[in-house]
Design a binder for this molecule. Structure first.
Ligand code: NI
Length: 227
């Protein structure tokens, strides 16, 4: 399942993020690539430990917690601290799969990457190329979103970023370890939750059948979630 979450950041927040990122010092993205992805990655990335990365990352995490569509789709257990990248002057990232396990800084524990997320920070009119292409069961889907919007996709997918031939593409990206590891189960819960939300508007929250449907959602979540 590929989920688009619109308006994660508003225009004031976007302006703040862009200003901070324009003034930041960037390093070559290849530093953090795995051995197979190393030859594929041609972009720039913010040092994870820099003050700008930490402060913008925390700001983004707070927004995500207040974004119901993200919570419904990802059912996050833990989120890897957001990172920031920049593609310009032909910058690209060839086909690769993200690593399954990531070490959390300053912690002995690993985070399992169930979902990958990219939040677009640049206006799509300001650059050419830079599409995120994701391979799925129904072929390749090409994603290039308005600034402030985010795509969530299975971290198991093969994906690439096409060369940016004009302007620059700024983005935040991160991984989610979900309480529901299985993608099929997570998709069923998401569909059920979205249906319940829509019915709440049309029939009202007190409807007896809607309450039964809500009980089914919570009982499935109780059965499948691992915290
Ligand atoms: Ni990737």
């Amino acid at each position: 399942m590929l989920t688009i979450v619109e308006g994660v950041l508003d225009s004031d927040e976007l302006q703040h993020f862009r200003q901070q990122l324009q003034a930041a010092s960037w390093q070559e993205g290849v530093i953090s690539a795995g051995s197979l992805a190393r030859t594929q990655k041609h972009n720039q990335q913010l040092d994870d430990r820099s003050g700008v990365a930490v402060s913008l990352g925390n700001q983004l995490l707070r927004r995500l917690g207040a974004t119901p569509l993200f919570v419904s789709a990802a059912l996050p257990n833990r989120i890897f601290p957001p990172r920031f990248n920049r593609y310009a002057q032909g910058g690209t990232y060839g086909a690769h799969v993200d690593g399954a396990l990531l070490q959390l800084a300053g912690s002995p524990t690993m985070l399992r990457t169930d979902l990958s997320a990219t939040l677009f920070l640049s206006d799509p009119d300001d650059y050419d190329g830079g599409e995120l292409e994701i391979e799925g069961a129904f072929g390749v889907q090409s994603v290039k979103l308005p600034a402030g919007d985010m795509v969530l996709y299975p971290a198991s997918s093969l994906h690439r970023v096409t060369p940016v031939t004009r302007g620059e593409r700024l983005a935040a990206f991160f991984w989610v370890e979900s309480m529901v590891r299985d993608e099929g189960e997570r998709t069923l819960l998401f569909d059920l939750d979205q249906t319940i939300q829509a019915l709440t508007v049309t029939v009202g929250a007190a409807d007896a059948n809607l309450m039964k449907l809500s009980a089914v959602y919570h009982n499935l979540l109780r059965r499948w979630a691992i915290t």
